[in-house]
Design a protein around this ligand. Sequence first.
Ligand SMILES: Nc1ncnc2c1ncn2[C@@H]1O[C@H](COP(=O)(O)OP(=O)(O)OP(=O)(O)O)[C@@H](O)[C@H]1O
Length: 227
Amino acid sequence: MTSLLEIDNLTGGYRDTHVLFNVSARIEAGSVLGVFGRNGVGKTTLARLVQGSLITGAGDIRLEGHSVASRPSHARRKRGIGYMPQTSMVFDDLTVRENLTLGSNREGPERYFDRFPRLAERLDQPAGTMSGGERKILAFVRAMIEDTKVIVLDEPSEGVQPENIAHMAECLMDRAKAGAGILLCEQNLSFLTGISDWYLGLDAGTVVLDKPANEVSIERLRSILSL
Ligand SMILES: Nc1ncnc2c1ncn2[C@@H]1O[C@H](COP(=O)(O)OP(=O)(O)OP(=O)(O)O)[C@@H](O)[C@H]1O
């Protein structure tokens, strides 16, 4: 059966340096794939390969059965792959409002203001004047309101306070319930274990765990993080 997103024997990285080797994964509509591993194992590289800012070396990436591996990132976005990068994720010179309304195919952000009231308070402020954690939340809500089928998020919880991480988890589960597939790269185990349906553990650019969440103990996850 065709999955929403299929990553098939993917090898790739930066110019001549391959960082990921033969990585395969599936994301079903309505589910969360939790990608984890220590610093430098290749999580960001995987996120960028799926989003298209890095070019596939070998293997394939398919969205609803159609290969996107040779498509540029804007074409993948158009087909429904959204992305929240780990860094440089908002336009600092634009206001919060402009960051939330720029581009097409977006719903209004208002329904996220209950969970993240700071955004509503700062709508007319340049995003660059927000704290690091606030900018993360802004980038997160930008990713939530896009009309996308798959959302790739690279360590969204980094630098965000626990209460807001819990709200992020609720938002991701809402999007999954509405049919999106979520590719969540994370090191925060309580966030990851709270919402993942499936785990993909990476070490040195290869897959060391690929299992449904209900078959994996927290000790196993911890052991991979301390490999
Ligand atoms: N622009 C680049 N050029 C060459 N190698 C790079 C580049 N960016 C990252 N790498 C290398 O790719 C490897 C994987 O990095 P990546 O950022 O994907 O890891 P990560 O798992 O996301 O780490 P972290 O948890 O620290 O964000 C590392 O060895 C890193 O040095």
